[in-house]
Design a protein around this ligand. Structure first.
Ligand code: PBG
Length: 315
């Protein structure tokens, strides 16, 4: 087909405005530490993350989602570091906002980077306890919002957390902080490289199937989304991305709310590894995966490819 015609009839467009850049941070200075399972992705020290924020601004990437690497020494049973206003995440937010205030910043609300058992919630007698975890999550969200994060994204999947977090933010005068609920988060094998990246892989005991969703379920995702929106989520997220496009489409059709997709670490690694082996065309596979999210109905995509995709889109 001729190019003019292809462009004229194109139903879906991907733009740089659709991208949220997923990024890992670590203590230190001048550090760009490679992550074995994610070629091309690095753990960045705060000064490097600030440079990346400037890069995001220059590329017009609207927002960055930050994830901290925490080594074993700072982890404990309660994930105490999560509520330390001087933790790595908060210091990074200050530095990044100083460097590029135009760029939106997003932080996970979940304890897994800080617990010695690697779980998202508090563990009592080997079980993740929902209600006791909520207070800590609310405090973590307030600490993050005060540090400058514009969007807090509860990824813990505890029931009732969105409402508790919204209330805590409002009480603290943080009405403008948005909540992006990881509304439908599946218990997925595709998170493997992420757990290495944040230092949880070795720590994690057991799995997260008691609080993350069964990949076989779709109606349940609709119920989770309805709850999160009713509790005050500004938008919802589906995760992982590519294996769950049907969920994205259903959310788009059943709810009048913005929906985001997280193209998770394992999805990135698959495309990257096959590309590096010369088995697929990495650039084309990346762009095809991103347009598929848009076609399914997503407003935007959280992705480790954001920088590469933004460059590609500006050609
Ligand atoms: C943790 C969290 C995870 C991811 C984002 N937040 C991992 C998990 O639930 O174990 C995964 C993202 C990715 O794989 O890129 N609360």
């Amino acid at each position: 087909m001729r190019d003019w015609s292809r462009r004229l009839y194109e139903e879906t467009q991907l733009s740089v405005n659709d991208l949220i850049w997923a990024m890992f941070i670590i203590e230190g200075k001048g550090v760009r530490e490679p992550i074995a399972a994610m070629p091309g992705v690095y753990r960045l020290s705060i000064d490097e993350a600030a440079k990346a924020a400037v890069k995001a601004r220059d590329l017009s990437i609207p927002a960055i989602a930050l994830f901290p690497y925490t080594d074993a020494g700072l982890r404990d049973a309660k994930g105490s570091e999560a509520v330390n206003p001087d933790n790595l995440m908060c210091r990074a937010a200050h530095a990044m906002k100083d460097a590029a205030p135009e760029v939106g910043l997003m932080a996970d609300v979940a304890l897994d980077p800080y617990t010695d058992h690697g779980h998202d919630g508090l563990m009592i007698d080997g079980e993740i306890v929902n209600d006791a975890t909520l207070d800590v999550l609310a405090e973590q969200a307030v600490v993050e919002a005060r540090a400058g994060f514009d969007i807090v994204a509860p990824s813990d999947m505890m029931d009732g957390r969105v409402g508790v977090i919204r209330k805590a933010l409002d009480v603290d005068g943080l009405q403008n902080t948005q909540i992006m609920a990881y509304a439908a988060k599946y218990a997925s094998a595709f998170y493997g490289p992420f757990r290495e990246a944040i230092g949880s892989a070795g720590a994690l005991k057991g799995d997260k199937r008691t609080y993350q969703m069964n990949p076989a379920n779709s109606d349940e995702a609709m119920r989770e989304i309805a709850l999160d929106l009713a509790e005050g989520a500004d938008c919802v997220m589906i995760k992982p991305g590519m294996p769950y496009l049907d969920i994205v489409r259903r959310v788009k059709e059943e709810f009048n709310a913005p929906v985001f997709v997280y193209q998770v670490s394992g999805e990135y690694s698959m495309i990257k590894a096959a590309g590096q082996n010369g088995w697929i065309d990495e650039r084309r596979a990346m762009m095809e995966s991103l347009i598929a999210f848009k076609r399914a109905g997503a407003n935007g995509v959280i992705t480790y490819f954001a920088e590469d995709a933004a460059k590609e889109l500006s050609k």
